[in-house]
Write a protein that binds this ligand. Structure first.
Ligand SMILES: Cc1cc2nc3c(=O)[nH]c(=O)nc-3n(C[C@H](O)[C@H](O)[C@H](O)COP(=O)(O)OP(=O)(O)OC[C@H]3O[C@@H](n4cnc5c(N)ncnc54)[C@H](O)[C@@H]3O)c2cc1C
Length: 500
């Protein structure tokens, strides 16, 4: 083996880069191994919209990370606030209270300060007007907790993080796939790597695993998420095949969290098998709270308006996959067309449009026409017409008397032109992974740390179950990545001090 690094970080996305930056900040020498080639670097983090869910108290907090927020923007925007208690409540509620309370608390309590830390390292943030705020009566009003995103989305975030990593002396190798952990004297001592067609061993005093989940591994999806999941489309990188998780389990790490669970969404039915970096989010179909969703039988199958989209979108991909044929259609009328984002208008969208519902369903591939028309008739008749429609609040405009009600935003589907969009399930990331403590040390089956091994990001289990509050993934990767870098550096430099 050649040079010994203080810390090797496995992975090249947001969690890895936060770990690498933080370890450097604590004086460690750092090697970052990114499996992808440079042009594809950044993992799923590159595909994100760059949203960060942090505790905030309105414009005052937003200004700490968006210092150029103008007086006009402040006057025209109701950022609301998002307290520690609300964040913890959301994590508990959407995960059916399975969420690990210690990890949840670390995430929430460190959220704002970590976004400020990233800002201090050159990541620019902007208010998240596009997707998390609707303009109502002349004023933007945010809903659902997330108010900032990295400028330039995920690509902007990752670009800024790589720039900072290079500036601060993190050594980076692309096309370098970690394939195993090396142990010696009861500690993790390095990583086996496959690069340039051959295997090599690189030694380190501590290793941080941040190599993402297993969503891009078709075989593991069918094995752990269940039958049918091999057919889901991967929204992001093709390189997250569970390597980091496997490497840790191979040396005794404890599997943790919901291995049968994942984040998955409504996604363009005919999207490619993996994400494409130059069109990161155009296959998303997030306008369904204003739609009715129907399956091949022409039936509704879910409460489209159960909550704001960022509290339901991550679990509705699974519901779509469970439908006959694994697809569905989002159906809208012209009353809500203006609320649909550009993703519904992008190239490659499977859209049909017509002036009557009969013509519409004739164009909706693989849908039962008589049942569809019956479904719409019954839905329209069940809508509470005297309630006002308001996309910014859970408006209570609901249906009554249906087998599956729509709880909010239930506009009748009656004003031409009508449109429908074909969707399937797009998997974002998996929930199962490794068990860590609040210092990000990877734990074995007896809950004892595996010395020298740390983990952060998507490959950590225990935070998300069944569902996920939108924009918590980057936040969790940043919070725990930063802690992992600090702790790995302390371990490495402590080891050095002991050896001297
Ligand atoms: C389309 C899309 C939109 C999203 N939008 C948001 C959003 O707006 N806000 C939000 O919070 N979350 C969002 N997410 C979720 C978010 O992407 C993840 O929670 C987060 O990026 C995970 O970061 P990570 O660093 O753990 O993993 P990743 O960013 O996926 O990084 C994993 C890295 O590990 C590398 N790797 C894998 N195996 C190996 C190996 N053997 N050796 C070396 N390297 C390896 C990969 O190449 C990659 O660089 C979105 C996800 C997708 C797909």
């Amino acid at each position: 083996m050649g040079k010994t690094y203080d810390v090797i970080v496995v992975g090249g996305g947001n969690a890895a880069l936060c770990a690498a930056l933080s370890a450097r900040e604590h004086n460690a020498t750092v090697l970052l191994l990114e499996r992808a080639p440079e042009a594809q670097r950044g993992g799923n983090s590159s595909y994100t919209g760059g949203g960060f869910r942090m505790v905030h108290h309105g414009a005052d907090t937003v200004k700490t990370v968006v210092p150029d927020l103008s007086e006009g923007e402040i006057a025209n925007t109701d950022f609301g606030e998002y307290t520690t208690e609300q964040y913890l409540d959301d994590l508990g509620r959407v995960t059916q209270y399975y969420c690990d309370p210690d990890l949840a608390e670390m995430l929430v309590l460190n959220s704002t300060e970590t976004v400020q830390w990233l800002h201090g390292r050159g990541v620019r943030f902007v208010p998240r007007f596009g997707r998390y705020a609707f303009k109502h009566e002349g004023k933007f009003k945010f809903f659902g907790g997330t108010v900032v995103e990295a400028a330039g989305g995920g690509r902007g975030l990752v670009q800024a993080e790589y720039t900072a990593a290079e500036k601060h002396g993190v050594e980076i190798r692309y096309g370098a796939q970690a394939i195993g952990l090396i142990r010696g004297n009861g500690e993790v001592r390095g990583v086996r790597v496959f690069a340039n067609g051959s295997e090599e061993e690189i030694s380190a005093k501590a290793v941080v695993l941040a190599a993402g989940g297993f969503e891009a591994n078709r075989e593991w999806r069918a094995r752990y998420l269940g039958p049918g999941w091999d057919m889901a489309k991967v929204r992001g990188t093709r390189y997250n095949t569970g390597d980091g998780i496997r490497m840790a389990i191979d040396i005794g790490a404890q599997p943790y969290g919901q291995w049968s669970g994942c984040h998955s969404v409504s996604w363009e039915r005919y999207a490619p098998d993996f994400g494409e970096l130059d069109r990161p989010i155009t296959a998303s179909r997030n306008g369904y709270p204003f739609s009715i969703m129907v399956n091949a039988e022409g039936k509704r199958f879910v409460d489209e308006g159960a909550d704001f989209r960022n509290y339901t979108y991550a679990k509705y991909g699974r519901v779509v996959l469970e439908q006959p044929g694994g697809f569905a259609w989002h159906v809208f009328d012209s009353q809500v067309d203006h609320l649909l984002h550009d993703e519904y208008r992008s190239k490659g969208t499977t859209k049909v449009q017509a002036d009557t519902l009969e013509e519409l369903v004739a164009k909706m591939e693989d849908v039962n026409p008589p049942q569809f028309l019956k479904t719409v008739r019954e839905f329209n008749a069940a809508v509470k017409r005297d309630a006002a429609f308001n996309p910014n609040i859970k408006d209570g405009k609901c249906t009554t008397g249906l087998g599956i009600e729509k709880s909010n935003w239930a506009n009748p589907i009656e004003k031409a032109p009508f449109s429908a969009y074909a969707v399937t399930c797009g998997i974002t990331f998996t929930f199962g992974g490794l068990k860590i403590d609040t210092a990000t040390r990877v734990l074995d089956i007896a809950d004892a740390p595996l010395p020298g091994l740390f983990a952060a990001g998507e490959l950590v289990g225990g935070l998300f179950y069944f569902n996920y509050p939108g924009s918590s993934g980057l936040m969790a990767g940043s919070v725990f990545g930063r802690i992992a870098g600090r702790e790995a550096a302390a371990h490495a430099l402590g080891a050095e001090a002991k050896a001297a």
